[in-house]
Design a protein around this ligand. Structure first.
Ligand code: CAA
Length: 291
């Protein structure tokens, strides 16, 4: 691949654009309005600066990567891409609208991938006229740091499209695993019951938030405890994934815990909102981002 589009310039879309550009591929980042594109540019610049400071990238490579990212509000600019990765809000109706639009506006040969964390790929593929050229390509946050991508073929995805996307994952230096097209794929099927379990323990007053998190960081070597990880991912995102998993499997372990739902209703969405299971002052959020 030499030119890849990214639709949606939030945390995931920006991270994907960054790793694409660092891998030497042109990244065309699309949003319908300028403001999120400016925010994405700032976010990517900060992440590249951190990579340079940590000795992961040299300054020239970071400058070259910056030069390979093009921000656009014109969807038709993505027509020159071999692959377009959708990374908009985790909402089935919104994603279906985006896939319909991409299918209408982009040439037939463009591969359409979704960074969805739980929505079945076949549902997104079926709103297009090219279900054989649609698949899941799921990255993990923070995208420049996490080595994994999940590749999720839909019911009709062609072997040639799967092979091309696996080649692209290698081009990015990511480790690809393949999952069946079932809600949650592999990672969230394992992760969500674990996070929900921690929320239930906390809600029941079984232990403090710090002790629950220390249990897993110090006891099992996880980089973050489950409640800190919930805040990092975003409680609204976890709530959405629980909804998808519960709809697919109907098992209690996937149901959104009542405390999670109340916190979402109260706007306590985690780091991005300044409060979740922990409090994040602007100074603490900036310190966490620059660490
Ligand atoms: N670019 C490149 N490398 C970077 C970087 C950047 N912008 N920022 C940090 N790094 C590197 C650092 O150099 C460091 O590398 P070494 O270990 O080789 O020294 C490593 O990343 C860790 O960085 P920090 O020391 O700055 O950060 P930390 O120790 O505070 O860890 C964290 C931060 C990486 C987020 C860590 O806490 C972690 O791994 N947490 C778990 C994250 C996780 O589970 N993510 C998946 C969420 S699930 C998801 O995304 C999918 C979904 O569908 C919900």
């Amino acid at each position: 691949m030499d030119t890849v589009g990214i639709v949606g310039a939030g945390q995931m879309g920006s991270g994907i654009a960054e790793v694409v550009a660092v891998a030497g591929v042109r990244a065309l980042v699309h949003e319908p309005h300028e403001t999120p594109l400016h925010a994405s540019e700032v976010r990517i610049a900060a992440s590249l600066a951190k990579a340079v400071n940590r000795g992961k990238l040299d300054a020239d490579a970071a400058a070259d990567a910056t030069g390979r990212i093009i921000y656009t509000t014109a969807l038709d600019d993505l027509a020159e891409c071999q692959l377009v990765i959708e990374a908009v809000t985790e909402d089935r109706a919104i994603k279906c609208d985006v896939f319909r639009l991409l299918d209408e506006r982009l040439p037939r040969e463009v591969i359409l991938a979704s960074n969805t964390s739980s929505i079945p790929i076949t549902i997104l593929a079926q709103v297009t006229s090219r279900p054989d050229r649609v698949l899941g390509l799921h990255f993990f946050s923070p995208v420049p740091v996490m080595a994994l991508v999940e590749i999720v073929p839909g019911y009709a995805t062609s072997p040639e499209v799967i092979a091309a996307t696996e080649g692209f994952a290698r081009q990015l230096g990511k480790h690809a695993i393949r999952s069946k097209d079932r809600a949650g794929f592999l990672v969230n099927l394992l992760l969500i019951p674990y996070l929900a379990g921690a929320i239930h323990l906390y809600d029941a007053g079984y232990a403090t938030r710090e002790d629950i998190d220390d249990a897993m960081t110090l006891g099992c070597g996880h980089p973050m405890g489950p409640l800190a990880l919930c805040d990092f991912i975003g409680l609204d995102v976890i709530d959405g994934i629980c909804g998808c998993l519960y709809e697919e499997y109907g098992r209690d372990e996937f149901a959104a815990p009542p405390l999670l739902r109340r916190m979402v209703a109260a706007g306590a969405l985690g780091r991005k909102a300044g409060r979740g299971f922990y409090e994040y002052s602007p100074a603490r959020s900036a310190a966490l981002a620059s660490r």
